[in-house]
Design a protein around this ligand. Structure first.
Ligand code: ADP
Ligand code: ASP
Ligand code: MG
Length: 450
């Protein structure tokens, strides 16, 4: 196949029948789109997550009813609902069984199994929407190809196996069908359902694109591309027409929700162009992400990640002693804790952790590490902080960068700043409550003149 495009449609793009029909228009307008990756309809994954959090069966059931309502609303708009009614019934029935048979607390494997239903439902419906438009839509179970390890809730894709399975199971179907598959979900070696983490459908699309040597991966969402900052934060945010892999990857890493943080990793490995556009306004253009771009401005965008945890580790005993940092990082690494930003002085280290807020799952994984750190130093934990990242080019060496920043932040209590390690970002922490205003002001200062 000469040119193959993988198109991914996010939750709002497949929220209801009309939204799915707009996505079908996009697919039908481009014969190169042979693989479609869908998210769950908007709101469904949240309801599925809620099911796994409730212990009370009637509360779980109320969430189920919300999912059923969203699903049946699409089903009843189909011209031939009977074509997929049995499949939808079977999925809803299986979900209900898991609710009724689940004990008080779901295990990781059951949580992922439950969360997989959103994409499994939307993909059956979307394939039928395509068929009713005269296209050869075929629903394909992503778990036949998307192999991950068994880290439930954040499965690690096994790229080699995914490529082999895609060649065997998926590639042969693409010539005669428009294959519709699920984002977000995978399976481990034992065939147990896994998920790639919230927002993971973008990542799935890029992994499928890599495995099939696609020429382009399209991410269709609810905004007309990647903006200079989240358009919900300031009306001055502007759509970026073209951006490099490096810069877009930094944006995703530092919280630009429009792309899952890992999306660009497979695209960069294979040099596959990524397009981001709006399924509501496909004619409005969008953003192209590529290896080589015409312009590399010093300031490209501002990203915001809320609910960060800052840990400060201090050991007066380590003054002039070697090995303090090694000991701190060795402890964190043994507990598999991923560190984000770091600043150091001789006897203390401040670091942010790559997780949001102190949720119970987060505390459970971090507390043992903190206990170990407390055995040889003082540890303080601060929450309610936001990480603001200025993304651009040559930021480590550009004249005036910190000046622009400090002018904006004159009256703001900046908790920590990281500058100099990366040429593509400059990051700092502020209180959650200050963050939206800081981003707005910084955006005004850095982008209004351009
Ligand atoms: P989908 O359901 O299609 O995956 P998401 O809600 O995950 O969509 O991502 C789209 C949202 O990302 C937008 O509605 C927007 O508010 C948010 N967003 C955050 N940062 C940016 C940015 N820099 N550019 C565009 N959108 C952004
Ligand atoms: N449905 C999943 C979520 O809401 C994955 C995705 O939409 O990308 O997180
Ligand atoms: Mg998303």
């Amino acid at each position: 196949m000469s040119k193959l495009i993988v198109a991914k449609f996010g939750g709002t793009s497949v929220a209801d029948f009309d939204a799915m029909s707009r996505c079908a228009d996009i697919v039908l307008n481009d014969p190169a789109i042979r693989l479609v990756v869908v998210s769950a309809s908007s709101g469904v994954t949240n309801l599925l997550v809620d099911i796994t959090k409730h212990t009370d069966i009637s509360e779980r059931y109320a969430c189920y009813q919300g999912i059923e309502r969203i699903t049946l609303a699409v089903l009843h708009r189909l011209a031939q609902p009977q074509q997929v009614a049995a499949d939808i019934d079977a999925l809803l029935g299986a979900l209900k069984d898991l609710i009724e048979q689940g004990g008080a607390v779901y295990s990781g494997v059951h949580k992922d199994e439950i969360q997989s239903f959103g994409e499994r439902l939307s993909s059956v419906l979307f394939a039928q929407v395509l068929r009713e438009r005269g296209a050869p839509g075929l629903c394909f179970d992503a778990r036949r190809v998307m192999r991950t390890d068994s880290r439930f809730g954040k499965g690690e894709p096994q790229v080699g196996q995914i490529s082999q399975l895609a060649a065997l199971q998926l590639q042969p179907l693409l010539a005669d069908n428009i294959v519709v598959t699920q984002g977000f979900i995978g399976a481990d070696d034992a065939g147990q359902t896994t998920t790639l983490g919230r927002g993971g459908s973008d990542y799935s699309a890029a992994l499928f694109g890599e495995a099939l040597a696609a020429s382009v991966v399209q991410i269709w969402t609810d905004v007309v591309g990647i903006f200079t900052t989240d358009p919900r934060l300031t009306e001055q945010a502007r759509c970026i027409k073209e951006i490099s892999f490096d810069e877009a990857a930094e944006m995703a890493t530092f919280g630009a929700k429009v792309l899952h943080p890992a999306t660009l990793i497979p695209a960069m490995r294979r040099n596959i162009g990524v397009f981001v556009g709006s399924s509501r306004e496909p004619q409005a253009g969008g953003t192209w992400i590529a290896k080589d771009v015409k312009e590399r401005p010093p300031y490209r965008a501002i990203a915001l990640r809320k609910s960060q945890t800052l840990i400060t580790v201090k050991s007066p005993a380590m003054l002039h002693a070697a090995g303090f940092l090694t000991r701190v990082f060795d402890t964190l690494s043994r507990h598999q804790i991923s560190v984000d930003l770091v600043t150091t002085s001789e006897i203390s280290v401040a670091l942010t952790l790559d997780e949001g807020g102190m949720t119970s799952a987060f505390s459970a994984s971090v507390e043992p590490a903190l206990a170990e750190l407390r055995s040889f130093c003082d540890v303080s934990v601060e929450q309610g902080l936001s990480l603001v990242a200025v993304i651009g080019n040559h930021l480590h060496s550009s004249k005036g960068v910190t000046g622009d920043l400090f002018n904006t932040l004159e009256r703001i209590n900046m908790r920590l700043i990281c500058h100099g390690a990366s040429k593509h970002n400059l990051c700092f922490l502020v209180q959650d409550a200050d963050a939206p205003a800081v981003v707005k002001q910084l955006h005004q200062n850095l982008f209004s003149a351009a």
